[in-house]
Write a protein that binds this ligand. Sequence first.
Ligand code: GLN
Length: 239
Amino acid sequence: MSDEELIKKYVPNDNYEEALQKLKSGYPVQYIIGNVEFYNSLIKVNENVLIPRFETEYLVEKTIKYLKKININNPKILEIGTGSGCIAIALKKHLNCDVDAIDINPKAITIAKDNAILNKVDINFMHLDIHDFKSENKYDLIISNPPYVPIGNEVDEKTKYEPQNAIFASDNGLYFYKIILNKVKNNLKPNYLIAFEIGDKEEIYLDEYIKTILPNSYIKIEKDYNNYERYLFVSNSQI
Ligand code: GLN
């Protein structure tokens, strides 16, 4: 469906002209209509959350594939930086699993909870900054699409309407991977999977860092449909 058709479908007639003007000014259609399709689920969005991307559907798909490959069947999952909740919801719908999901922004958690209700799934969404994460729980899967665009990099014009702290990260984009790895390294089950969406070329620098935190791990990189290295998986098993 074209953006105009989406607006016709979702925006009440009275607001149609105004919505069309907003679209012409470059405002994202997903915020205008208030939802987006992600991995066969309808996900509600507003300016408090990043708009779910196509690439991130692949993260979900590949994660499900690797969980099977390493024989993890009923995973206990932690998602960090859940935003709209799209990843957590997609996983919960496709796996027999138990999902905790955190976000630094309480307004994002409100939307994520609405999305869980909309999609009839039960997820433990919590307002928590990863810097404050402290838990005795052991997880089979840690998954995150954190902010990873290096500060100062050029991005699509439309992203200026999205929460900037969901997009940009310091340390050449690596800041949150390092925090996450440090925070969760003692919360992994013996047979575990870590799944990250990453920025272009970030695997080169992450590889070495991961080996210092999880010395006996295996790392696997996968590309997105544009042929960019976009997903990084870490496991105790050869994947
Ligand atoms: N991939 C997103 C973009 O290109 C950024 C989201 C993120 O940093 N996780 O805008």
